[in-house]
Design a protein around this ligand. Structure first.
Ligand code: FMN
Length: 347
């Protein structure tokens, strides 16, 4: 494939199947989502974060989260100690993971209080021991996802990035915020640029990609080797394709047609139903549907009618959304805009 865009200065693309991919998101990038993304030809490189304690105890639900073992699917674990990381990696190796990713960025209290996620950024010596231990155990692709630092007074991504590189990590993903910043404000893309300049291993930039333009800008500003997209792609998997076009120097893609949106929503729900069963599916699907519908007129009323029963069947979703998108496309939706509750009846 010809790369015409000059923003990227890739170093070792051989360990990366793509330059645009989905950032791990607990509760979102689950096995059904990963199958959907495969159909989009977007690699989801990572599982959702897996708790190492649960993994070591081979908790049934946790083992299920590992999902289908794909050739390019790395498992992301959170572990706060060397001993736990060591045991968790043993379990992963028994389960044929394609690679290992360690989460050193999660800000959640329940992860931090066990010493894992972003808490590790407070102690580079533990980071070094964990990374050394994991690297010794396996030659599989090994990456780390981390943040810029703990807080404004401890911004140490440069020091930590060098530890990763020195200990043989294959590539890193930097979510350019501190733990204290959580998901607020703007990601510090200058941190991604700086890291790219000081490391030889590939640096994947992460934070605030929401459009063709922002993907293009991140690539230009930082020179990163790849881009991981999280929240912006919830209910908008087409964003990955836009970002891919942006970094290849191609023009933006056309807006998603109502039929295509409907097709993808239905397919996503089908996969969720297959995986979780009817009882759990509507709850799990709701947050995705919010993303799929948020830019559309009358979306609140549509959601209300979809979730009016305890369970959402595939047929109900198909009927209500089929009529909605048909009306949207023909323009008749705008002639008779729905008033919240009666929408389902109108359709
Ligand atoms: C709901 C949610 C769940 C997340 N779960 C994970 C996770 O399991 N592992 C991880 O490394 N990062 C996780 N993240 C962080 C994202 O991967 C990403 O770093 C962050 O959202 C910034 O990227 P964005 O601006 O593209 O969303 C999560 C983020 C959100 C919003």
């Amino acid at each position: 494939m010809t790369e015409v865009f000059t923003g990227f200065k890739p170093t070792l693309p051989s360990v990366l199947p793509s330059r645009i991919f989905s950032a791990p998101m607990a509760g979102y990038t689950d096995p059904p989502y990963r199958i959907l993304m495969k159909e989009f030809k977007i690699p989801v490189l990572f599982t959702e974060m897996i708790d190492s304690h649960a993994l070591v105890y081979r908790n049934e639900k946790t083992m299920k989260m590992l999902g289908r073992r794909d050739a390019d699917l790395m498992t992301q674990i959170a572990a706060g100690t060397v001993a736990l990381a060591d045991k968790a990696v043993d379990v992963l190796l028994e389960n044929e993971t394609a690679g290992i990713n360690i989460n050193m960025g999660c800000p959640a209290k329940k992860v931090v209080s066990c010493g894992g996620g972003s808490n590790l950024l407070r102690d580079p010596s533990i980071i070094k021991s964990i990374v050394q231990t994991v690297r010794k155990k396996t030659s599989l692709p090994f990456s780390v996802k981390f943040r810029s630092g703990w807080n404004q007074d401890l911004i140490n991504y440069e020091e930590i990035g060098k530890i990763y590189e020195g200990e043989g990590v294959d590539f890193v993903i930097l979510h350019a915020r501190t733990r204290a910043e959580a998901f607020g404000g703007q990601a510090h893309w200058d941190h991604i640029e700086r890291l790219k300049n000081i490391l030889k291993i590939p640096v994947i930039g992460n934070g605030d990609i929401v459009s063709y333009e922002s993907a293009k800008k991140m690539a230009e500003v930082t020179g990163c080797d790849g881009i991981a997209i999280g929240r912006g792609a919830i209910g908008n998997p087409w964003l990955y394709l836009q970002a891919d076009a942006a970094i290849r120097g191609l023009p933006p893609l056309a807006e998603v047609s109502p039929q295509e949106r409907l097709r993808v929503i239905l397919r996503h729900y089908e996969l969720i139903l297959e995986y979780y069963g009817l009882y759990h599916s509507s709850h799990i699907f709701r947050k995705h549907l919010v993303g799929y519908m948020k830019s559309l007129p009358g979306h609140k009323a549509v959601k209300e009618s979809l979730f009016s029963d305890e369970f959402l069947t595939y047929e109900k979703l198909q009927n209500i959304l089929g009529t909605y998108f048909e009306k949207l496309e023909s323009g008749s939706f705008y002639e008779n805009p729905p008033i919240a509750a009666p929408l389902a009846a109108n359709m």
